[in-house]
Design a protein around this ligand. Structure first.
Ligand code: AMP
Ligand code: MG
Length: 375
């Protein structure tokens, strides 16, 4: 469920595959309308009828059962008067009533599902109905996350005085899960060319490599150089955006490589803005999500020489409107002020002195409003 079909699916036989009773009642001939006739047998769902219906004789029938030969209509149980083995039929019985004709929903060979459709629970029902136990779908890309930095220790270990816990790895794994991707492989590289290159080699089978850290201007920011050694072609490095300016993108064959800045909020933003759309495209899904608009719940004064994305809490304000509370922390290293965010407010380059109530564009983190289990 959630994947995109990569092939069309056709019906393996007519649906319904037999003339199906759509009500519990009596299978009759139309000419018997208004008469009292014999009940000569019964057909339950799952039974092939062993009897035929002729003038003066009808069969008791259950919803989902095949109509016996000769039957022209089904009369609902509540519309007859039963006395012993005989029923009095109503005055009017229309030909075909309460019978789904064979092939009326779909004929054998007809296209039932098109490539590009999202696999929903209803699509699962159709696949199963037409006998498909396997179907081609766009495979989600396999991700490898390489957290770089001599300062990092893995969650569960006690950091030394100059060390910090690796939070980007688990955060990127959580973002991947939210994007419908499989759990990424988690790797750690030190700030040396040897360690970086060796770790890239270990990730060489992934469809997408995410590196966190090591793409800025520091003396130990060796990711660009390590990528060249690894044989990757740089596509771009640095984007006029805040957060996430040092973002690097490279490819090696069909592999996509994102060098995400190490600051947690930069990594977070670059995943939402670049990695998720790329992964969605690989899964046959529209890459970009809709832009919403909402009103600021408090004034916002910011200036930026780059396109600015401000983490915010969007809440329903009634009548389909959204209220936006900006969660400005102390910069892209401060995850504490913004932990409650579910959206990004997007602001163009410039000085902004926005009053409460101003209408602003925003994007959902993860592309859509979160299910209530996450809010
Ligand atoms: P860098 O991009 O490597 O210069 O890192 C920028 C900042 O982000 C530094 O303060 C790093 O310590 C921090 N940082 C880098 N990687 C991680 C990580 N995996 N988890 C938490 N913080 C990180
Ligand atoms: Mg670093």
């Amino acid at each position: 469920v959630g994947l995109i079909l990569a092939e069309p699916v056709r019906a393996d036989r007519d649906y319904p595959p037999f003339r199906r009773a759509m009500m519990d009642g009596y299978a009759v001939v139309v000419a018997d309308a208004g008469r009292t006739i014999d009940v000569v047998g019964e057909v339950a769902a799952g039974q092939a009828p062993a009897l035929t219906v002729a003038p003066g004789a009808c069969a008791s029938i259950m919803t989902g059962a095949p109509c016996p030969e000769g039957a022209e209509a089904v009369v609902k149980r509540e519309d007859v008067t039963l006395s012993g083995r005989r029923v009095a039929l109503p005055a009017r019985v229309a030909a075909g009533q309460h019978i789904a004709a064979r092939g009326s929903e779909c004929e054998a060979g007809a296209l039932t599902l098109e490539a590009g459709m999202s696999i929903t629970p209803l699509v699962v029902a159709v696949l199963t109905t037409v006998g498909r136990r396997e179907v081609r779908a766009f495979a989600p890309p396999r991700l490898a996350v390489i957290s770089t930095g001599d300062e990092l220790v893995e969650a569960g270990r006690q950091p030394g005085e100059a060390q910090i816990r690796n939070s980007n790895g688990p955060m990127l794994a959580a973002l991947s899960r939210l994007a419908g991707l499989p759990e990424p492989d988690q790797l750690h590289a030190l700030d040396t060319l040897e360690s970086l290159e060796g770790t890239l080699q270990r990730a060489s089978r992934a469809d997408i490599i995410l590196l966190s850290g090591g793409v800025s201007a520091g003396r130990f920011d060796l990711v660009p150089q390590a990528l060249r050694r690894y044989g990757a072609e740089p596509v771009f490095h640095k984007v006029t955006q805040k957060p996430g300016k040092p973002l690097l993108f490279a490819t090696r064959g069909r592999q996509l490589i994102f060098g995400l800045p190490g600051n947690p909020l930069s990594s977070h933003f670059c995943f939402s803005r670049y990695v998720r759309p790329a992964a969605r495209k690989m899964m046959g899904q529209p890459p970009l999500s809709a832009v919403y608009s909402g009103r600021l719940s408090e004034p916002l004064r910011v200036k930026s020489a780059r396109t600015l994305f401000v983490l915010a809490r969007a809440t329903e304000a009634g009548g389909g409107a959204w209220s936006l509370r900006p969660l400005l922390g102390q910069g892209s290293a401060d995850i504490f002020a913004s932990a409650g965010a579910n959206a990004y407010i997007r602001l163009p380059v410039g000085d902004h002195d926005l009053p409460a109530g101003a209408t602003q564009e925003f994007l959902w983190i993860g592309g859509s409003q979160w299910p209530s289990s996450l809010t």
